[in-house]
Write a protein that binds this ligand. Structure first.
Ligand code: PMP
Length: 402
């Protein structure tokens, strides 16, 4: 099939850069090279036993058929209870929809709301999929660079300047992938003041990393701070990261009933309901013991602290402690302009990342993928031994530069 048969909106998008980096690392591993893969953004833990058991029980009970499009009543009740208990937000059953991962919830929300050339404000660094999802829905991503000096966060003045009559959505991801940046209640209040003046702007809050915090702080919710935004906010979340359930594919959205109904209709004519067995597992995750969350976060924190110390010991690299999520977004400006032993000059973060992979077999993702350079992202969702080995290799590669 020639590329010309593929629709223009799909030709505008590219495969996820983190997936491509992981593919390249796997290819090198197949060739026999020793690879330390610090690319993947998924917990390395198994799904907790009580969640797996709930899924097994669901299979035995015959919960293997189509469910309601928006998800089972049990799951939506568990989501509603979670939103109230953890975020202080109240949603009715018809304001909640379960989807095949948070990814699908975000995509569907964009698909049912964007007219061609509608704008979506995306603070950068951003999760790699946001701009491409907007493009796939024929919208225009408006990325706003949020430098490290501002904690990688969008300021009210930047928001004000980015809004136009065509702005349809503001996308907020706190804690953020890739920087871990997390908005405080006060920062949300200031952003909400700007939004009050621009009623055409809807807000999507991607809360997928809300529980993965290292600073002992609870993650505030925009809607808890600015309840007036409820009628134009869509809350996105899921069980992938919090409960080590990436493969189960359960995410959800909560928001105005008409928006949720439109998503329901689109899903009913495209993917259909999300997996019945996974829905039972997700309900058990939300309703059951939350011990795993605290235990895994304590482990992520040890890894973060150790890796941060090792990275900040390497001349040319710098990373400030991320308050949440499970990544380090490492400034590599000190390596730019240097030359490799093979005589290649490192002109940008993509060159640094390629050099780390080819010379020492360390796989990370270049900052260009997240919209702010010169950086690279390192995932700490792996064992401390792997992280130590990765940092030792990065240090060796950096020391070999001239
Ligand atoms: N949002 C962000 C910021 C993410 O990092 C990810 C996963 N990489 C997702 C959403 C998607 O999560 P899910 O597995 O639930 O689709």
């Amino acid at each position: 099939m020639t590329l010309s048969r593929i629709a223009a909106r799909v030709r505008r998008i590219k495969p996820s850069p983190s997936t491509s980096a992981a593919d390249r690392a796997n290819e090198l591993r197949r060739q026999g090279k020793s690879i330390v893969n610090l690319v993947v953004g998924e917990p390395d833990f198994d799904t907790p036993p009580h969640i797996r058991q709930a899924a097994a029980a669901a299979i035995e009970k015959g919960a293997t058929r189509y469910t309601l499009m928006a998800g089972t009543v049990e799951l939506r009740q568990a989501i509603a209870a979670k939103l109230e208990r953890e975020n202080g937000l109240r949603y009715a059953m018809n304001e909640i929809i379960a989807t095949s991962g948070a990814k699908s919830a975000i995509y569907n929300a964009l698909a049912v709301t964007l007219e061609p050339d509608d704008e979506v404000i995306i603070p950068a660094p951003y999760w790699v999929s946001y701009p491409d999802m907007v493009l796939a829905c024929e919208g225009t991503p408006v990325t706003v660079a949020c430098p490290e000096a501002n904690g990688f966060k969008l300021t009210p003045a930047q928001l004000e300047a980015a809004i136009t009559p065509r702005t349809r959505w503001l996308l907020i991801n706190s804690p953020s992938n890739p920087t871990g940046a997390s908005y405080t209640a006060g920062e949300y209040r200031a952003l909400a003041e700007v939004l009050q003046r621009h009623r055409q702007v809807m807000v999507m809050t991607d809360d997928i990393y809300e529980h993965i915090r290292f600073d002992g702080q609870a993650t505030p919710h925009l809607l808890a701070v600015a309840p007036a935004l409820r009628e134009r906010t869509l809350v996105i979340n899921g069980v992938s990261k919090t409960y080590a359930m990436t493969g189960w594919r359960i995410g959800y959205a909560a928001g105005p009933a008409d928006l949720v109904q439109a998503m329901d209709t689109l899903l009913s004519q495209s993917t259909g309901n999300c997996c019945s067995v996974s829905q039972a597992a997700a309900a058990a995750a939300l309703d059951g013991s939350q011990d795993f969350v605290a235990e895994s976060v304590a482990i992520y924190k040890q890894r973060r602290d150790r890796t941060l110390a090792l990275i900040n010991d390497i001349p040319g690299l710098h990373c400030s402690p991320p308050p949440g999520a499970f990544y380090l977004y490492i400034h590599c400006g000190g390596l730019i302009g240097k030359t490799t032993p093979e005589g290649k000059r490192l002109d940008q973060d993509g060159d640094v990342v390629m050099y780390l992979l080819e010379s020492e077999g360390v796989a990370v993702v270049a900052g260009t993928a997240y919209g702010l350079s010169p950086y690279f992202r390192l995932s700490i969702a792996t064992s401390i031994e792997t992280l130590e080995e990765g940092c030792a290799r990065i240090a060796r590669a950096a020391a070999a530069l001239r």
